[in-house]
Design a protein around this ligand. Sequence first.
Ligand code: SF4
Ligand code: SF4
Length: 386
Amino acid sequence: MSLITELDSRAGKLGVPLSAHLDVTYRCNERCVHCYLPHDDRGEMTTAEIVDLLDQLADAGVFFLTISGGEPFLRRDLFEILAHARARTFNIKLKTNAILIREGEAESLRRFNLDSIQISIYSHRPEVHDAITKVKGSLERSIAAIRFLKSRGFKVTIANVIMRYNRHDYPGVQALAAELGAIFTIDPTITPHIEGDRGILALNVSRADLEEIFHTESLVGNLEEFCAPPVAVDDDVLDSVSCSAGHTLAYISPYGDVFPCVQFPLPSGNVRKQKFLDIWRDSPQLREVRSIHARDLEGCSECGHVGSCTRCPGLAYREGNMRGPSMADCEKSFARTGIPSRNMLRKAAFSVPLVQIEEWRSTASGAGLAEDDFGGGKDRENVLSC
Ligand code: SF4
Ligand code: SF4
């Protein structure tokens, strides 16, 4: 068990929100085809509200703080927010597309002693990356920013979301990350739009591509371990919880809405109406999330994969039932092991096609994503995110 997993486990037992993800804006200067956010400003928290929220988070016990968006550099007060976060001694991770980071910004960021900066790169080829962000020149600008940041000693992570448009480019992005001295992570999950539209799921890679990714040693580490058959299901497995969402992790939107995780849009309160700690302790929604163990999951509790599945309750919620399976994770378990999940077999029995990602038809033009943050409490150590 890693130190962070151990810390997370202890925080969970004590009811401490160890990690928080704060989106300071949903506005963005890119228009990524797979994005799950609306980009208009519907009344973002003011600087004073965010400073007060940071104080509340620190007092509640938050240590790991992710600041993201939208594009956080679109907030003129970003450095003020970072300065206050630094004063409250958070471990700060910043997520950005970096196209507004030039030499001056990279230098200015040094005083905040950030843990790391995560930057999304979709391809090493400008024609692919820029087509996904819909901003000409964006790859060139993001790469320039990474060079500025690396020259000033920052730990930079390149996050490579894989979709149909760029499914063959991850080796190029991986090589680019190595050349730039950045950490490389890959995420093959497209998330439905936060307002419910599932059309962008048509961008998901095919089952064959997912299998290829999950059987590439440079991406997943020890292949034998990663693709091993599911572990035996015992009481420890059935008593476990899916991830840290709502247990030690909270997400706060630019409007003060609190959710269990950025991927889990279950409204649980608003810090403009209640103190964060009151929401964290007493929100009926968060209490319900915390009450769910593997043995309570409809379908999953009888599935052989339950002990090793990356089941995301947020995706399950978006699919209609936070106590049910997440089909996206059924596909991942199948791609890893070649063994169909109980949910897949049940759907097959009712003649529902197994590959949901092949069946969905795009109904949306697409807008912007943000993938997950703290690895979700999953103890899987490789370049694949939660
Ligand atoms: S593979 Fe599917 S049914 Fe099985 S535990 Fe994972 S999400 Fe649940
Ligand atoms: S599995 Fe990861 S992304 Fe999904 S709700 Fe849990 S922490 Fe969030």
